[in-house]
Design a protein around this ligand. Structure first.
Ligand SMILES: *Cc1c(COP(=O)(O)O)cnc(C)c1O
Length: 425
């Protein structure tokens, strides 16, 4: 079967099937069943004419012919391992194009830089990932890009009002509301934001240059939430988490339409924020088991949360879709699963939380999530420690809050670990 076919006998092949071979032609690599690692900085042109043609396309000096592929040039611009990975990653969200980056933050910062210019405004949902908030609060303003936030878990009316206000204030000063940036579910509280409603608000203030909607899909993607299908313009990922899945690499991605991703690609080529070939090779391998890992982790998390919710020392568990009726309805409309990262509130405060964390044996005490092994962390003293007390209170990040990322271990073993750790509280 051809390596770029998505159908067989009229049947559309599922992503998990395509992860085994899509985008790779063994005949180009001595018949190797798996893509070799192209650990090469540069690529030899067959002729001077080829070099000229490739650069004309890479630098946008002329339009690419419909059946003309961009030849390999230099690994900051393109590399076979990156291209195979990008083609496969795009399959999961049915995206026209994907780009991979050296980290989730590289994907986020390169994409936001590509979408904004001085005088623009970025509206984002808070809490967002720590590095993202740092970019928005401290770095973008230095470059003349203003930022505003709105609380995750906001109603659609609140989102719409925030979009109109940000658009109005920016327009008065001759700028634009350029980006609506959404992280859903929000970390660590798992409040959800309505992606389709944000897109509708962006179109309502619209015009020709409406704000683009960017969604960080690290927590539930690509299996349990598909932002592009819901109206997002770009879906962003830390591939470090579920997609890499083995806690052994750092990488990121940006998915979307060919036109928009090309703008991000220009910025990536010049900033040099692409992934390296070895990381791309590891990720291509990870993609073969992505669905198995995410399904197993989700099933384990369901067993673990059900047990925790009944425990007398646990005040509450916070998973995507928990919360009021609006949040439940949104979850049902927007997501296909809860994933395996959730938080719990212990009865007590930091003392109780620390006793619990220090007593855990199978759960390892580390930030990050989405790996095969289970992890536990204390957001208020680590990932969110630079929040003011007021911001922590507003976002629901108390000293009693513990975040768990459930891996693919036997869930009953994990429960045994939680049971003995709760006994030590
Ligand atoms: C980890 C993470 C990031 C940053 O990704 P890196 O790969 O660490 O740069 C961004 N967003 C979310 C939601 C994350 O969990």
């Amino acid at each position: 079967m051809s390596h770029d076919r998505r159908e067989l006998g009229g049947r559309r092949l599922a992503p998990e099937t395509l992860m085994m071979g899509f985008g790779y032609d063994p005949a180009l690599s001595e018949g190797a069943i798996k893509p070799p690692l192209f650990q090469s900085s540069t690529f030899v042109f067959r002729s001077a004419e080829d070099g000229k043609r490739f650069f004309e396309i890479a630098y946008g000096l002329r339009k690419q012919e419909p059946d003309e592929a961009l030849g390999l040039i230099y690994s900051r611009i393109n590399n076979p391992n990156l291209e195979i990975l990008e083609d496969r990653l795009a399959v999961w969200e049915d995206a026209e194009r994907a780009l991979v980056f050296s980290s989730g933050m590289a994907a986020i910062s390169t994409s936001v830089l590509a979408m904004s210019r001085p005088g623009d405004t970025v509206l984002y949902t808070a809490p967002a990932y720590g590095g993202t908030e740092y970019l928005f609060d401290r770095i973008l303003p230095r470059m003349g890009v203003q930022t505003r936030s709105i609380g995750a878990g906001c109603s659609n009316d609140q989102m719409d009002a925030a979009v109109r206000e940000a658009h109005g204030v920016a327009a008065e000063k001759g700028g634009r509301l350029a980006v609506i940036y959404i992280e859903t579910p929000a970390n660590p509280t798992n409040q959800m934001v309505d992606i389709a409603a944000a897109r509708a608000s962006a179109e309502a203030v619209g015009g020709k240059e409406r704000p683009v909607v960017l969604v960080d899909n690290t927590f539930l993607g690509p299996l349990w939430q598909k932002p592009l299908a819901l109206g997002a313009d770009l879906a962003l990922y830390s591939l470090t988490k579920y997609v890499g899945g083995h806690s052994d690499l750092i990488a990121g991605a940006c998915l979307g339409s060919g036109e928009l991703v090309a703008k991000v690609g220009e910025m990536r080529t010049i900033c040099g924020s692409m992934a390296d070939p070895h990381t791309a090779w590891l990720l291509t391998r990870s993609l073969e088991t992505l669905h198995l890992r995410m399904q197993a982790a989700q099933a384990g998390a369901e067993t673990v949360t059900a047990w925790l919710a009944e425990h007398p020392k646990v005040a509450a568990t916070l998973a995507p879709g928990d919360g009021d009726a609006a949040q439940q309805e949104l979850f049902a409309r927007q997501c296909q699963g809860r994933g395996s990262t959730f938080s719990l509130r212990l009865k007590g405060g930091e003392t109780e939380a620390f006793r619990f964390l220090n007593a855990l044996r199978l759960f390892k005490l580390a930030v990050s999530l989405g790996g095969t092994e289970s992890l536990a962390s204390h957001p208020s003293s680590t990932t969110h420690s630079d929040y003011s007390e007021a911001a922590k209170a507003r976002c629901g990040i108390g000293p009693d809050l513990v975040r768990l990322s459930v891996g693919v271990e036997n869930p009953d073993d994990l429960i045994a670990d939680l049971e003995q750790a709760l006994a030590a509280v």
